[in-house]
Design a protein around this ligand. Structure first.
Ligand SMILES: Cc1cc2nc3c(=O)[nH]c(=O)nc-3n(C[C@H](O)[C@H](O)[C@H](O)COP(=O)(O)OP(=O)(O)OC[C@H]3O[C@@H](n4cnc5c(N)ncnc54)[C@H](O)[C@@H]3O)c2cc1C
Length: 495
């Protein structure tokens, strides 16, 4: 560590911390990451991410590194004990709204390796592995982090303008902020088993949520020969016995026999549904599992952490450079908490469907779905809560990634993690173009599929934020000037 003073210190180098480090490094910030573990954890938790998250990885320059290591999802089904499908997420065929497949499966260590390698290519990013943050103290000028080197207990002090706790469910930064939790009610232990097939076995192509009241379970065809089972603990199960190989094989018996596969691990997790009530106290912020936890029935916990990082990184860069007032950071929780909560509430609803253990309740559930017909699970795209956007739709909504007439994806034309004005060509006069260029806003004439997508919003021009959420829209030149003028007068906010 050459200089212990940083713009931002990140506590925790999981998927949230690594994405944030990469996005801050891309913007030229001096970033310290402190991670307790000496190496990448080989044990995956997340297996799925969605098309919007893939698009954020594209913005972060990772699309090529990931493309050969992930695969579009074959879909997901919630089935009852008779094998009838109650809910279904269709297979991810072709490009979805974000220019990528709607849903992907992946091996978490592959993703984390790619994120870390890309983050550490930026000269400003320094990573302290096998170090633990022990205490935090903030003053008006910054934060002092007391760090211990785990090999020998040596003490180290870092100083940073801001600290983001990406340190998971037991976050020390959340404790320092003094945040409480909103509890959305679901807390349930499950056994998670990852295997590598050693011979071909007939298993579903789709993710299957077995809504069996005698033993709810989930099956996931991950990537290559990796397969995942998540199996709910039932009353009477002895937690310590559940991860023994003989218990695991007994539970996998409906699908696999010993010899079919090598068990990589069996581990117990308690799925929670929580949203922290306070994500910021002055120079301390939290992101990812430190700020919210969801049961994995939609595969969205890590996705929410990646979205947190994409929402926060451009704001932090502008505040750290002194281009935006510190109050911009207050829009992080107000925007993201509302968004994350929609996913958690939906996952809790799905959890209540699969976790039913009363046979009579399960029978009533099955009848209800058979009468009303199979329900489709669409990718959720809720608006942000109030914050740095004009307030009324499409402001606060994520804008999709269509192709332009020349075949490029929208984000390729935007060219990075920056503001962009997508507008009908008639509204993009040279004077406006020059002012946008001076303010660091990319201008993209809407043609091809992008013109149709723009028209669907009811606007003729949209200002998109670096995270691809809409700042605001305009229906004519006068409205566009009214939208942009206040931003041009403090143009540095945009850069
Ligand atoms: C069984 C299961 C399946 C899941 N499936 C999916 C899925 O398919 N899709 C999905 O999107 N999500 C899924 N999730 C959720 C996902 O795994 C988490 O949301 C995600 O890993 C959270 O990432 P994070 O970086 O915020 O926190 P973590 O991954 O928990 O990382 C926190 C890091 O901080 C470090 N740390 C903590 N305290 C300190 C300290 N004081 N000093 C230094 N370092 C510290 C830790 O060592 C750790 O590396 C699943 C979760 C489970 C349990």
């Amino acid at each position: 560590m050459t200089d212990p003073r940083f713009d931002v210190a990140i506590v925790g180098y999981g998927p949230t911390g690594a994405t944030l480090a990469l996005l801050l490094g891309m913007q030229g910030l001096r970033v310290a990451v402190v991670e307790r573990e000496p190496d990448l954890l080989p044990l995956p938790r997340a297996v799925h991410f969605d098309g919007e998250v893939m698009r954020l990885f594209e913005t972060a320059g990772l699309a090529d590194a990931l493309a050969s290591r992930i695969r579009p999802s074959g879909g997901m089904r919630y089935v009852n004990t008779a094998g009838q499908v109650m809910l279904e997420r269709p297979p991810a065929v072709g490009a979805g709204a974000h220019g990528w497949a709607n849903n992907y499966l992946f091996h978490q260590p592959d993703l984390e390796y790619a994120l870390r390698e890309a983050a550490e290519r930026h000269a400003g990013v320094q990573v302290l592995r096998a170090h633990e943050v022990k205490a935090l103290e903030q003053d008006p000028g910054g934060v002092r982090l007391a760090v211990a080197r785990l090999a020998d207990g040596a003490a180290l002090t870092l100083r940073a303008g801001y600290v983001v706790g990406c340190c998971g469910a037991r976050s020390i930064v959340r404790q320092a902020i003094g945040s409480d939790h909103d509890d959305l009610g679901l807390h349930q232990p499950w056994l998670v088993v990852d295997v590598v097939l050693e011979r071909d076995v007939a298993l579903p192509e789709q993710t299957v949520q077995y809504c069996d009241p005698a033993r709810p379970a989930t099956f996931v065809k991950v990537t290559g020969r990796r397969r995942r089972w998540e199996i709910m603990l039932m009353p009477g199960d002895v937690a310590e016995d559940m991860t023994r190989p003989e218990s695991v094989w007994r539970l996998l018996a409906p699908w696999l026999r010993p010899g079919d596969a090598r068990i990589e691990r069996g581990a117990l997790y308690t799925f929670h549904s929580l949203v922290a009530t306070r994500w910021r106290d002055r120079r301390l912020l939290i992101a990812g599992d430190a700020a919210h936890q969801t049961p994995p029935f939609l595969g969205q916990g890590m996705c929410a952490g990646v979205r947190d990082a994409a929402n926060l990184a451009w704001k932090l860069a502008r505040v750290a450079r002194g281009h935006a007032p510190d109050a911009l950071l207050d829009t992080y929780q107000s925007e993201r908490a509302a968004h994350a909560r929609v996913f958690i509430e939906t996952a809790v609803r799905l959890g209540n469907i699969i976790q039913t253990t009363d046979p009579a309740v399960a029978a009533a559930r099955d009848r209800r779905f058979l009468e009303s017909g199979k329900e489709e699970i669409a990718n959720l795209s809720p608006p942000l809560g109030p914050g740095f956007h004009a307030g009324t739709a499409p402001a606060g909504e994520v804008f999709p990634q269509p192709r332009l007439a020349d075949g490029r994806r929208l984000d390729a034309a935007i060219g990075g993690y920056r503001f962009a004005l997508l507008a009908e060509p008639a509204l993009l006069d040279p004077a406006l173009g020059a002012r946008c260029a001076a303010s660091g806003i990319a201008t993209v004439p809407a043609d091809g599929e992008a013109a149709a997508r723009l028209a669907q919003t009811g606007a003729r021009a949209l200002l998109l934020r670096p995270d691809r959420y809409v700042y605001g829209g305009a229906r004519d030149g006068a409205a566009l000037r009214a939208l942009l003028e206040p931003l041009f007068t403090r143009a540095e906010v945009l850069q």
